[in-house]
Design a protein around this ligand. Sequence first.
Ligand code: NAD
Length: 503
Amino acid sequence: MSALEANLAKLDGFLARFRKTGILNRIGGEDRAGQGGTFASISPVDKSVICDVARGSAEDIDAAAKAAHEAFAAWRDMAATERRKILIRVAEAIEDRAEEIALCECWDTGQTWRFMSKAALRGAENFRYFADQVVAARDGQHLRSPTLMNVTTRVPLGPVGVITPWNTPFMLSTWKIAPALAAGCTVVHKPAEASPLTARLLVEIAEAAGLPPGVLNTVNGFGEEAGKALTEHPLIKAIAFVGESRTGSIITRQGADTLKRMHLELGGKNPVIVFDDADLEQALDAVIFMIYSINGERCTSSSRLLVQDTIREAFEAKLVERVDNIRVGHPLDPATEIGPLVSEEHFNKVTGYYDIAREEGATIAAGGMTVGDEGYFVRPTLFTGANNAMRIAREEIFGPVLTSIPFSSEEEALAIANDTPYGLTGYVWTNDLTRAIRFTDRLEAGMIWVNSENVRHLPTPFGGVKASGIGRDGGDWSFEFYMEQKNIAFATGRHKIMQLGTQ
Ligand code: NAD
């Protein structure tokens, strides 16, 4: 039996229960059908229906918000050491079921086994990391004034909403949910309609590991229905959102009447800048990895290659050779490097850029074609001869598509890099130290890597500037969002208080 066949056989076993019962909402520790009926979850691998999914409505969100509200006081007041233990058990249970999570994720989203087997473990790592922060989360400062002793502390906000997209959905959900739970908040999670499977596994795993009912609730459904109701619900104190920039503006408006605190992790059109003095072999590996891994469906992908004109021709030639060699195939085959795009809608969006590139006068140097018609497969694509005014350089394509743009000087590279509505990440390749310092200082991005691909370190701040988002995750920054700062001032004596109405 090949590795692919073995994975398919295991997957079949894991999917059997979904086929039988569909995916229900999980509210207050109970399974509930969606008040809006159901919708079908489709696999992008062969366009088959995986199962029916509850279509959550405003009533379902209301029930989930009430369940999260009721569960809040006990979760908030639980001893931090106890809460820590539960979160560690969740991490362990994720590790125990990592294979099931990864296989379901691949089938649901088209992501490859090669990358998703690690993503499930990164989900466990998110729980473990934030579990370890729990005990100190409420600690504050002691700030004395002449008459008062000020004590600061942090308290959890209350029930919060987490709205996640379909790209690496399990890892991203844990990235938001783990710190919220560690902070002492309860959660209503609205996963993306295109990828409901592993959100269901997460809530099941967490409850089995000891998370009390109602602390994490999952309501499936569409953004304009369940998602909108969540952002408008008065019991929900904040929304942690990951998705498109346009959706970020919409939900900010939706949350305005209830004064929701918002954390937005949005889109990107991230530049990778390759200077001619760089380690070009290493840069080539990173450029390829950062746009063609995870099907290019990655917010931090470097989708604009800015390459110095002195090395452009040779660098692009090597790029084409490697890109043409990338293996597109079944996501459960461990040899596959790129699987199908997540959905028909997204497939149409990404492939639409092939024509746009041609119309704009760019060259399709690699790819630019679909693969078979069984699923939503595409060849990895490279556009050359582009400039930064073209749509292929300005719009987030969110697929395995790289646009190469030449530059001649450092000043020009910086101007092109910053000439974008987005500002999530930037990648700079140079061996000139002072240039790296100068350049990164002026590059408009929330996260920058110099001579490296994106390597995530959980204590560091994660987030974007401009249209790429508002707020930061990671380390203590996550707690800043999910907790409220509180200052309590104690008089240290009987200081003079101004008297009114005594004359
Ligand atoms: P999307 O904005 O279409 O959807 C994201 C989520 O929002 C889904 O759960 C959706 O149902 C929900 N939603 C949609 N409309 C809503 C509304 N009116 N009210 C409430 N919820 C609503 O994004 P997507 O296509 O699922 O994901 C891809 C996008 O996510 C890309 O732009 C990508 O860059 C971005 N992303 C950003 C980061 C980051 O950290 N910055 C990480 C991953 C993905």
